[in-house]
Design a protein around this ligand. Structure first.
Ligand code: AQP
Length: 333
């Protein structure tokens, strides 16, 4: 039997190689597996957990949609829509927020990281973000959720909320308990400037990430400037975890070339970093430049992008509004 897939990406700009390798590339592979039903959402309600400029947000919603399309997500095979088109997400989030426990949310490390030192000033939305994410997933009875390693904890919370709802209302298996789909290897792509931090949209330095809209020159320049260390390229995987920048670059190469880390190490051992970086830049350009070119083409056609979202929104709305009605019945509304 096929899987029911749901996943989302925030339209917060600067979609990068980490988003591609950790999430979007897998969205495409899952879509192309026979019998899977896939729903891919531009999670704009999540984006407003931090302040957004309305004009930029609108443009980022379209750009994220263009990235889905340019990466190979096919609107004839998958549902593509933006979250705010479907009211059930907000409604479901409120209801499930009454099921989730404060203690569970207090453990979420992403909130701690994103709120930083001044958590009193963080929005309430940022705190309950994982509850909205739970509603997103449960409304579609998703069986599997492809995400990067950083979202694993949120997925575990979604499972806890679904189980508690089913138990509290004596509704066995009513909310489907979703499974995370996290790649075994290369599920966390790190910053090109600091191998201990994940590659991120919000990092101030653009040199820390390869954006999916970068030109060939930008890609080559960023890889040339990527941090390494003073030791030669490794001959095996031993102690590689103590060289996070090198491990990350070898990981990016392996992932894009669909080969194991061991094979990449064998291919480059004895060579110098400049040779490796040249080959890595060629590979990233080969994989990312066609996507970048297509995004830039699609960005000129807002009507087309909007029509994809609208059609996807109608399909998603049908499924989600039916589920929310059932949830309300169970609650006694
Ligand atoms: N560095 C990464 N490596 C692997 N996967 C990643 N993802 C994000 N960064 C990496 C995965 O991409 C999907 C979409 O992420 P998102 O748009 O929901 O936002 P995020 O995880 O908050 O992305 P960023 O870049 O880290 O944004 P900021 O800088 O705002 O925090 C998810 O499946 C995620 O796991």
């Amino acid at each position: 039997m096929g899987k029911k897939i749901f996943s989302g990406v925030q339209p917060t700009g600067n979609l990068h190689l980490g988003n591609y390798i950790g999430a979007i590339k897998n969205f495409v592979d899952l879509q192309n597996e026979k019998e899977n039903e896939c729903i891919y959402c531009v999670v704009d309600l999540h984006a407003i957990t931090v302040k957004q400029d309305p004009k930029i947000l609108k443009s980022n919603i379209r750009e994220t949609t263009a990235t889905f399309l340019a990466s190979g997500i096919d609107p004839n095979k998958s549902i593509i829509f933006n979250q705010s088109l479907v009211p059930a997400h907000s409604e479901g989030s409120w209801i499930l927020g009454c099921i989730a426990r404060m203690g569970w949310l207090n453990r979420m490390t992403q909130f701690k990281e994103k709120a930083g030192k001044d958590k009193e000033k963080a929005s309430v939305g940022l705190y309950i973000y994982p509850v909205l994410m739970t509603a997103d997933i449960l409304l579609y009875d998703a069986s599997h959720v492809p995400v990067g390693e950083d979202q694993k904890q949120h997925l575990e919370l979604s499972r806890d909320i679904a189980q508690k709802f089913n138990l509290d209302f004596n509704a066995p298996n009513f909310l489907r308990v979703p499974e995370p789909l996290i790649q075994k290897n290369f599920s966390r792509i790190m910053s090109l400037k600091d191998g201990t931090k994940k590659m991120s949209k919000s990092e101030a330095s653009d040199l820390s990430r390869i954006n999916l809209t970068d030109s060939k020159d930008q890609i080559v320049n960023k890889i040339r400037k990527a941090k390494t260390d003073t030791y030669p390229l490794p001959v095996d995987e031993k102690n590689l975890d103590q060289r996070p920048e090198v491990e990350n670059l070898l990981g990016i190469y392996s992932s894009l070339n669909k080969q194991s880390l061991k094979d990449t190490i064998n291919d480059f051992s004895g060579k110098n970093f400049s040779d490796f970086k040249e080959k890595l830049a060629d590979l990233v350009v080969e994989k990312i430049l066609p996507i970048s070119n297509e995004i830039n083409k699609l960005k000129k056609n807002n009507d087309y992008i909007d029509s994809i979202l609208e059609k996807g929104g109608e399909k998603a709305n049908k499924i989600a509004s039916r589920k929310i009605l059932e949830i309300k019945k169970i609650l006694g509304f």
